[in-house]
Design a protein around this ligand. Structure first.
Ligand SMILES: C[S@@+](CC[C@H](N)C(=O)[O-])C[C@H]1O[C@@H](n2cnc3c(N)ncnc32)[C@H](O)[C@@H]1O
Length: 307
């Protein structure tokens, strides 16, 4: 079963207010999804403002094409956001950017469509790739990965305390039958764990870990953040919305490290800082969480490129 789903944009107004300073500026929405943030950004821009959307998902590209037809200020690049600077240059956008937004993770349609294989709630092919044209699917990886690599992924990216048992059960099962469907993995995890947390589906952490691994999500974030230093104009804004602690830790450290000067032997700052942190981390308010439970774990951080 698959449920019909749209994407409820998280922290929409807060993100756009933090991102857009100059209404005639050039902005990048690095995670177009269904375009919720993009539409709100365009509503803030003047006739001469410009917005470039990026996403690696083929369906996101279809929605983006529609927006491009409606609004000439918008254009779209289908790419991984780790290469956003180069992707812009290829499209002839050389000017420094006035703001870039990353609303991380998967969209609700990706999660809710059984045939994408992201969710333990729906039975579908065990795929989990955001870009289905690239790299191995989750099923392909589970067919060949070493047991210790599976264990490491589950432990590191899922913080799964039963990582060892689950990895052993996966390797045991695949000797008999390959993993093809999400249901195969769910059943294997349920059979492997000794106790169930009443508040969490037993396969939650396993699915999160494998999804992060298959899409190289944490490395993608690191590389995307680094590029903001090269491509943002002085005063340009970097706005990032994360949904779990592994993502947020990377964002928080990046903003902290680049907004704090090193010290020399005498305690003097060693050079200008690249970023200025703006405000505190922002979370969704109670009303938004009531309307959209996914917003509960969202945390938004903002930094500005120093002159
Ligand atoms: C949470 S959704 C964004 C939703 C969007 N802000 C909206 O309001 O509709 C995240 C999107 O980012 C895309 N994405 C995630 N990681 C990506 C990456 N490394 N490169 C490009 N797109 C990525 C996903 O395909 C997904 O469509």
């Amino acid at each position: 079963m698959t449920v019909d789903s749209t994407h409820d944009t998280v922290l929409r107004d807060e993100a756009v207010a933090a991102l857009v300073g100059d209404s005639a500026g050039i902005y990048v929405d690095g995670t177009f999804g269904r375009g919720g943030h993009s539409r709100a950004i365009l509503a803030r821009l003047s006739e001469t403002g410009r917005l470039i959307g990026i996403d690696r998902d083929a369906e996101a590209a279809v929605y983006a094409a529609r927006l491009g037809e409606e609004d000439a200020r918008f254009s779209f690049i289908r790419a991984a956001f780790s290469g956003w600077g180069a992707a812009l240059a290829e499209q002839g956008v050389e000017a420094p950017i006035d703001g870039v937004l990353f609303d991380l993770g998967v969209s609700s349609p990706q999660l809710d469509q059984a045939d994408r294989g992201f969710s333990f709630r729906f039975d579908g092919p065990l795929d989990m790739r955001m870009d289905q044209g690239r790299g191995p699917s989750a099923a392909d990886w589970l067919a060949v990965a070493e047991e210790e690599d599976i264990r490491d992924v589950l432990f590191r990216l899922g913080e799964e305390r039963f990582a060892r048992r689950i990895a052993a059960a996966i390797v045991e099962r695949r000797r008999e039958r390959p993993f093809i469907r999400t249901r195969d993995l769910v059943d294997c995890v349920i059979g492997a764990i000794p106790r169930r947390d009443p508040n969490k589906h037993p396969a939650t952490r396993t699915f999160q870990a494998i999804r992060l691994f298959i899409n190289d999500e944490l490395e993608e974030i690191t590389r995307a953040l680094e590029q903001s230093l090269a491509h943002l104009a002085p005063g340009g804004r970097l706005v990032v919305i994360s949904f779990h602690s592994l993502e947020d830790r990377i964002v928080k450290r990046f903003m902290r490290d680049h907004s704090t000067a090193g010290k020399d032997f005498f305690g003097n700052p060693t050079g200008p800082v690249a970023l200025k942190r703006i405000g505190k981390a922002i979370r969704a308010g109670a009303d938004e969480v009531r309307r959209n439970p996914r917003a509960r774990s969202a945390i938004m951080r903002v930094a500005e490129r120093a002159a």
